[in-house]
Design a protein. Structure first.
Length: 117
């Protein structure tokens, strides 16, 4: 778990100090891809807390979710239909669901430690 937090901190520092810009044409793609990646990360944290984490599943889900979200956005753009709303809705719901499970797990662990002391 410490590696995850260290990697996250490192990524934030690198992202802050190395300016990276992209065209406004790709802003929808980037936002949907970031949401899909965040969904994968929160799903991995939830799986870690449930003692069910598998690195292969995380990597394939990480890449697969991002590709699927970008593909839905691209197809929707070509058809003139805002399909990226589907990805935003699904990944957003899963993100909040995973976050609530993580929160419950952390709170129950804190409460169990307090009861033991």
């Amino acid at each position: 778990m410490l590696w995850v937090l260290g990697g996250l901190a490192f990524g934030v520092v690198v992202g802050y100090y190395i300016p990276f810009t992209y065209s406004m044409d790709y802003s929808i793609y980037m936002s949907v891809a970031i949401l899909a990646i965040m969904d994968s990360i929160f799903g991995a944290i939830k799986s870690y807390f449930e003692d069910n984490y598998d690195n292969v599943l995380f990597i394939t889900g990480f890449i697969g979710n991002a590709i699927l979200a970008i593909l839905l956005t691209y197809i929707g753009e070509k058809l003139g239909v805002s399909l990226y709303y589907v990805a935003v809705l699904v990944f957003g719901m899963r993100l909040f669901n995973n976050l609530s499970i993580i929160r419950r797990y952390i709170i129950s662990n804190i409460m169990n430690k307090k009861r033991k002391n």
